[in-house]
Design a binder for this molecule. Structure first.
Ligand code: ADP
Ligand code: FBP
Ligand code: MG
Length: 440
């Protein structure tokens, strides 16, 4: 249960400097579309959850609103900013970089902005990475391309070496664009900054196509990645419907969460089965997937199976799951295993089958952001600049229930966002595919 204390935002100190945006901050008030900076946003959004706390309303857990403050902590003329992108690629990384640079330079008059190359290793001398001067001219059109102009990496780095670089370059604000690993790394940086008594704001923009960041509406890039995934599902459906016993099989990224598989299926309502890490499934047996799939192919002549890469790992034999440089699990290939088991099962029952296996893998995350994610990335970047200039630190900016908020980093990494097997998203998938609630 998230408490009031979990939502407290750290600041570097009082805001005494008039914001350059002050004249734009006309008499705002809290409405359904905006929140004044003195107000807060309730965390619970149902009567039962809020009422269940038995607390007076002002003690209910609440989040600090995002957005520009009338007074800021940093003097823009003396502020130097660093930006880093870490972890896997995600549509919109360049949009966030671009948004940060344009907001800082155009609206706050911050002139010195550098990009660190290839993730956190960009701070560490032994990698010999140069920093990149970021100006509006440099970033103006980078959002046309996928990936990140700064490069990224995985693998832990020494936070003391990162803070050494911040001190050498006299950086006052660091924006980290990354997922749970990056945010954990940023918390180590915040710890060392505090130990050294430095006044450096560290603000995160949460990133992952997996949508596994908790308590936020959706991570940027997720919508673009799932839209890209629908192309493979549609192709699988065309192939399946074009051959006797046609079976289209699509494996999608998402690591431990099945959101991409679920939403891509709902968007392109062509799939007969969706398999996700959150819902175990029996392969064999009278009520197993293979029997059900065989009957579906016999009755209908074709079928499409969408499998999230983290599903069914219990069936991967002889392969110890690897780990990447950051310690994230590297899965066995459930798509290849399913293809093998489906062909064996249908052959054994004399059912003609033509299985077409699609693994778009990196293709769904290396594309440029779609217009929704581009706009979302720009707004996240604006919120991140407002938060940092106001001296907020050890926070991520996030969109929650349609409002931009400051979420403490410890909360952002306290758990992983998963598809709820009892939730409405999974129910919609079951309704769309017609698959049984359980294969057991
Ligand atoms: N548990 C951790 N503690 C501290 N830093 C971490 C941790 N996990 C990852 N990092 C740092 O964050 C970077 C990105 O993490 P990774 O898990 O690869 O991607 P993501 O941030 O997208 O989850 C790594 O290169 C590493 O420097
Ligand atoms: O890029 P790698 O190291 O091959 O990792 C692939 C993994 O990265 C992801 O794309 C997500 O990466 P991040 O969480 O680091 O953004 C997963 O969906 C996928 O399993
Ligand atoms: Mg991660």
């Amino acid at each position: 249960m998230v408490s009031h204390e979990d939502l407290a935002v750290r600041t570097l100190g009082p805001c005494r400097i008039d914001s350059p945006l002050a004249e734009r901050l006309v008499a705002r008030e809290t409405t359904q579309h905006s929140v004044v900076e003195e107000d807060r946003i309730l965390f619970d959004d149902t009567i039962s959850m809020a009422g269940g706390r038995g607390l007076p309303v002002e003690q209910l857990p609440s989040l600090e609103p995002g957005g520009p403050r009338k007074r800021i902590y940093f003097d823009p003329a003396k502020t130097r900013v660093g930006i880093v992108t870490c972890g896997g690629l995600c549509p919109g990384l360049n949009d966030v970089i671009r948004g940060l640079v344009l907001e800082l330079s155009r609206h706050y008059g911050v002139r010195r902005i550098v990009g660190f190359r290839n993730g956190y290793r960009g701070f560490v001398p032994r990698y010999g990475e140069d920093v990149v001067d970021l100006t509006p001219e440099v970033v103006m059109h980078i959002d046309d391309e996928g990936g990140t102009i700064l490069g990224t990496s995985r693998g832990e780095q020494d936070p003391d070496e990162i803070v050494d670089a911040l001190e050498r370059l006299n950086i006052n604000i660091l924006f980290v664009i990354g997922g749970d690993g990056t945010i954990r790394g940023a918390m180590d940086v915040v710890r060392v900054v505090g130990e050294r008594g430095l006044k450096v704001a560290v603000v995160g923009i949460p990133k992952t196509i997996d949508n596994d960041i908790p308590y936020i509406d959706q991570s940027f890039g997720f919508q673009t990645a799932m839209a890209e995934a629908t192309k493979s599902i549609h192709a699988a459906s065309v192939e399946a419907r074009s051959a006797p016993g046609g079976i289209g099989l699509v494996k999608l990224m998402g690591r431990h969460s099945g959101f991409i598989a679920c939403y891509a299926t709902l968007a392109k309502d062509d799939a007969d089965y969706v398999l996700i890490p959150e819902v175990p499934f029996a392969l064999d047996g009278e009520r197993g997937l293979l029997q059900h799939l065989r009957r579906r192919v016999q009755e209908r002549g074709h079928a499409v199976v969408v499998v999230a890469e983290g599903a069914g790992q219990e069936y991967i034999e002889g392969e110890e799951p690897g780990r990447d440089a950051s310690g994230n699990v590297r899965f066995g290939d459930i798509g290849r295993l399913l293809r093998k088991r489906i062909v064996e099962h249908l052959d054994a029952h004399g059912v003609e089958n033509n299985v077409r296996y699609f693994d778009p893998s990196y293709a769904i995350r290396s594309v440029p952001a779609n217009p929704f994610d581009s706009a979302y990335c720009l707004r996240l970047a604006h919120a991140a600049v407002h938060a940092a200039m106001a001296g907020r630190t050890e926070v991520i900016v996030a969109r929650r229930r349609r409002r931009f908020v400051h979420m403490p980093m410890p909360l952002a990494v306290s758990r992983r966002n998963h598809v709820d097997p009892l939730g409405d998203l999974w129910l919609s998938v079951l309704e769309a595919t017609g698959q049984p609630v359980r294969f057991e």
